[in-house]
Write a protein that binds this ligand. Structure first.
Ligand code: SF4
Length: 304
């Protein structure tokens, strides 16, 4: 259950691990329109201009919830687009109002991380902003271009390193199935994603997070239209698992503290552990899922 105050407009999304965070609207909607994403289609993107109003929401939450707030998640789709001094001011204020606050985070687009200077990011981290959740989707530049992600493999690799340097934790999300069911394209999507994971490894062993999700083609998106015309053909569940197998297989055995989590409801198999340490186990679980369809999470439980 989330703590909510103020003017958050429906629909509201947040990462699964922020289920108990106070959600504070800093923007509404998302700056992008990726071809597969239906999340914020009903909202026109806007930034909340009046910082004092956002602070009032933060303060009101203090009155409602007392000392219970330990996490704050800045909404909406890409709150990190906001100027760093504003994010810093809001984060500092949040810690003043909520004495037990331990974590402040938001979704972030790679380009908005890269636009901020190292000093800006450091100030933000020092104010207590702890983590970004980044929808990467693929390490394959062709797939990224086709889905209009607005960033490349290089952008994501650089953005991750910039965050580590500042002291902001990194959580990256990949999207299985995004290349469609062409075997070569699907394999390239998996291999390039593994390459990107390898490039995103922090220079010192700190925890970082990688989560693969599985594509669902939803009405109202460009991908839905492409599917109806046959331009995009989705992967079968077996092909999705083969992609996941290849992605894990091509990650480096030297990765440290990479928390890999495929527990998301969209996935056919559930994996959670440290990527390099648990690689062999992960591969066996995925292989079993490929061989035995009854081991896959059924569609009615995948909430698609
Ligand atoms: S995938 Fe992320 S960046 Fe793209 S439209 Fe959806 S929320 Fe915005």
């Amino acid at each position: 259950m989330n703590y909510v105050v103020g003017n958050l407009e429906d629909p509201v999304f947040r990462p699964p691990s922020e289920w108990n965070a106070l959600l504070i609207a800093v923007t509404n909607g998302c700056t992008h329109k990726c071809t597969f994403c239906s999340m914020y289609r009903s909202k026109t993107f806007s930034m909340r201009k009046d910082i004092e109003e956002i602070k009032k929401d933060i303060k009101r939450a203090g009155a409602y919830y007392g000392n219970r707030v330990r996490k704050i998640f800045f909404e909406d789709g890409n709150a990190f687009v906001v100027k760093p001094e504003i994010l810093t001011e809001l984060t500092e204020y949040a810690y003043k109002i909520h004495p037990n606050l331990e974590k402040v985070s938001s979704y972030a687009h790679a380009k908005d991380i890269l636009k901020k200077s190292d000093e800006d990011l450091k100030r933000l981290a020092d104010s207590g902003f702890t983590m970004v959740y980044v929808g990467i989707e693929s390490g394959d530049d062709e797939v990224l271009k086709a889905c209009k992600k607005g960033a490349t493999q290089d952008d994501f690799a650089l953005a991750a390193q910039k965050c580590y340097k500042a002291g902001i934790a990194w959580s990256g999300i990949f999207l299985l199935g995004l290349a469609g069911n062409d075997p070569e394209k699907s394999r390239k999507h998996a291999i390039e994603s593994a390459k990107l994971i390898n490039r995103m490894a922090p220079p010192t062993p700190i925890e970082w997070y990688i989560s693969p999700l599985t594509l669902g083609v939803t009405p109202g998106t460009e991908l839905w239209t492409q599917k109806s015309t046959g331009e995009f053909q989705p992967c079968t569940s077996t092909e999705i698992l083969q992609e996941l197998y290849t992605m894990i297989e091509y990650t480096s055995d030297d990765l440290k503290k990479c928390i890999f989590n495929s527990n998301h409801a969209s996935n056919y198999v559930s994996l959670k552990g440290e990527l390099a340490e648990d690689k062999e186990t992960f591969l066996k679980v995925v292989e079993a899922g490929i061989k035995y369809p009854n081991l896959r999470r059924p569609d009615y439980l995948r909430r698609l």
